[in-house]
Design a binder for this molecule. Structure first.
Ligand code: C5P
Length: 233
């Protein structure tokens, strides 16, 4: 079973309000993207990484991430697109069908674990497609112009994360159909869902956060400090 991982990291980080794209911001002394890649390398199931970055960051990524942190898996650096979906498609076009399973994982989720990767991969082998997700614990509201419009029943509501894993042919068909219909999704499972196929949900973790806002940089630093402190005990 051959597994390729597509890592979209070509965002420009408009919600972070910094000149530096969020994947290059350092937490615990390393860029977020380096943490993510080092975590992926801890997984024994991944054979190849396709890292998708903005064209202006290709040289920098090679030198200051892949070389500097000795990323131990074969990595192809691919140019990203204007949307996450375009970036994923650019990456997908670089893998041939010699891979049975394709994982997608946000470059800005630095706390993914080898176990979560293994679990989604095995679920995709069994069911065709699988995602990490966490059940909503907060009360949910639909808000319009700063005021509550109505409550949203939270039973069975999940926050979808990455990693996501797909059998190669399923993802290829989902991408082809989305392209054909001009559909743009915020993740790959949405493309598979449109085909009416089952998607297995694997329990993710609140620690598997997507770094999006400045607050989450502080949270990342706090998590890393705690992890180091626990290792030292
Ligand atoms: O901002 P968003 O939540 O969509 O970002 C999720 C991941 O997709 C990030 O790692 C980001 O760098 C990546 N992305 C991308 N190409 C884009 C937009 C986002 O690879 N055009």
């Amino acid at each position: 079973m051959k597994v390729a991982a597509l890592i979209p990291a070509a965002g420009v980080g408009t919600r972070m309000n910094t000149d530096e794209p969020k994947q290059f911001i350092e937490v615990g002394g390393k860029p977020i993207l380096a943490h993510t890649l080092l975590r992926l390398c801890q997984s024994s199931v991944i054979d190849k990484i396709i890292l998708i970055v903005h064209h202006s960051q290709i040289k920098r990524t090679q030198k200051s991430i892949l070389d500097k942190y000795h990323i131990s898996r074969p990595v192809n650096l691919v140019e990203g697109g204007n949307t996450r979906q375009e970036s994923i498609i650019n990456g997908f076009n670089h893998i041939q069908n010699k891979y049975d399973i394709v994982i997608t994982h946000d470059g800005v989720r630095p706390f993914v674990t080898p176990k979560l990767i293994n679990d989604v991969v095995h679920a995709a082998i069994m069911h065709g497609a699988a995602i990490a997700a966490i059940c909503s614990t907060d009360t949910l509201k639909c808000v319009k112009n700063g005021f509550v419009e109505k409550a949203v029943a939270r039973n069975n509501i999940y926050h979808v994360q990455t990693p996501q894993a797909f059998q190669f042919n399923i993802l290829r068909e989902a991408i082809d159909r989305a392209n054909c219909d001009g559909f743009n999704g915020t993740d790959e499972s949405t493309l598979v869902e449109r085909m009416g196929l089952p998607i297995k949900v694997i329990e993710g973790s609140v620690l598997n956060l997507k770094v999006t806002t400045p607050d989450q940089i502080n949270l990342c630093n706090a998590i890393l400090k705690t992890q180091v402190a626990l290792q030292d005990q």
